[in-house]
Design a protein around this ligand. Structure first.
Ligand code: AOF
Ligand code: ZN
Length: 362
């Protein structure tokens, strides 16, 4: 067993920060970052910007130039060994003369899967695997889910009052007009997440009552995820704000959604939530952020399809209001229990995060 020494973890964190710059843009590829270090100095950095473009290692090696010789490369994912849209990164590292490669996590892609690391070792390079692995797995959860389960990693996000309500029930309805549950810091965090995910899922009820935009606002260089509207009964209007080019509408076989298609949305058909996720996987959605509708959230949860929960709790009491989830009645011993739970305070709010499913790994 390799014992991490602090500099390795620190350099790998720099590589993870590099990788983060590509999050939400690389699908179906993973976000990957690389830093090259020689004599304690960072001489090259790079990240994978999007599928079809060069891999992280290539950018980092380009910047390092001759300084790569005898250096250590820190890569958040095992360097590839295959000829894909680009030539193998393992070969590029060998050619550049690096003497050590530190890898956070092995690549679950069956075309790589350990072969990248063995290729480097065969060339006489010292290879270390597993530095900051947990952080890397989290960052790559979407890619891992797509490769190993052929469906997106599903994150259920919601914000509730201290008495467990996600919206008031007064006549002004829901959405911003009715006042938001959380404070500014929490809302900024949600926008940062929107910038990192491939899709935002909402149910038809949310589209009808809130007419949300689901865009990324206030994030420098941010881009919008694709809206995914679950509308099995064709209840939404084709002129809703989310029905636009890039949007996906999930409906039941036989439904006529031609007006939604005319508005630019792509329509997919599914009878079960698991089928819907498989279809979204085919469309290269690696991460799906479930933002609204107790019915949608409840049906995904009930089917065991929620992988991760991010819940905000605001210190407010409302009395009557809308519950976060609509799901069948269950005894307490059947509750779904979060693992690896973390707590964070954001302004007046509390953010609770945890996993319901394991991040797929080799
Ligand atoms: C790396 N570094 O930065 C990334 C890797 O189609 P291609 O050629 O872009 O290959 C995509 C596959 O390469 C992807 O499925 C994953 O296995 C690996 N991604 N590998 O060495 C990188 N993005
Ligand atoms: Zn590569």
């Amino acid at each position: 067993m390799y014992t991490e020494h602090p500099p390795d973890t620190e350099y790998m964190r720099l590589a993870l920060n590099e990788a983060a710059r590509g999050m939400g843009r690389t699908s179906p590829n993973p976000p990957v970052g690389c830093v090259i270090v020689r004599d304690g100095q960072v001489v090259g950095r790079g990240f994978h910007p999007r599928a079809g473009e060069p891999h992280a290692e290539v950018f980092a090696l380009r910047e390092a130039g001759e300084y790569a010789r005898g250096a250590t490369a820190y890569v958040t994912l095992e360097p590839c060994s295959h000829f894909g849209r680009t030539p193998p990164c393992a070969d590029a590292l060998v050619a550049a003369g690096v003497s050590q490669v530190v890898i956070a996590a092995l690549d679950p892609n069956p075309r790589v899967g350990g072969q990248g690391a063995s290729r480097l070792r065969e060339a006489g390079i010292e290879v270390i695997v597993g530095v900051a692995e947990e952080e890397a797995l989290r960052q790559q959860a979407g890619f891992r889910s797509l490769v190993m389960r052929a469906r997106p990693w599903v994150i259920y996000k919601y914000a509730m009052t201290l008495d467990g309500k996600v919206a008031a029930l007064d006549a002004s309805g829901r959405g911003e007009a009715n006042g938001l549950v959380t404070g500014l810091a929490s809302r900024a965090r949600v926008m940062a997440w929107r910038n990192e995910v491939d899709g935002i899922a909402v149910g038809s009820g949310t589209v009808i009552t809130d007419d949300p935009l689901l865009t990324t606002r206030g994030v420098e260089g941010g881009r919008d995820p694709r809206p995914v509207v679950f509308d099995g009964q064709g209840r939404t209007s084709a002129s809703a704000r989310v029905i636009r080019p890039g949007a996906v509408v999930v409906t039941a076989p036989g439904m006529d959604m031609s007006r939604h298609e005319a508005a630019g949305a792509q329509v997919i058909y599914a009878t079960q939530p698991s089928e819907a996720l498989a279809e979204l996987g085919r469309l290269n959605f690696s991460t799906l952020f479930v933002e609204g509708g107790p019915t949608l959230a409840g049906s995904l949860l009930d089917a065991g399809l929620v992988d991760e929960v991010r819940a905000f709790v605001a210190p407010k009491l409302l009395g009557a209001g809308l519950n976060p989830l609509t799901a069948p009645v269950r005894p307490m011993h059947e509750a779904q229990v979060l693992r690896d739970v973390t707590f964070e305070s954001l302004g007046p709010d509390l953010l609770i995060r945890g996993l319901l499913n394991d991040i797929p790994r080799l």
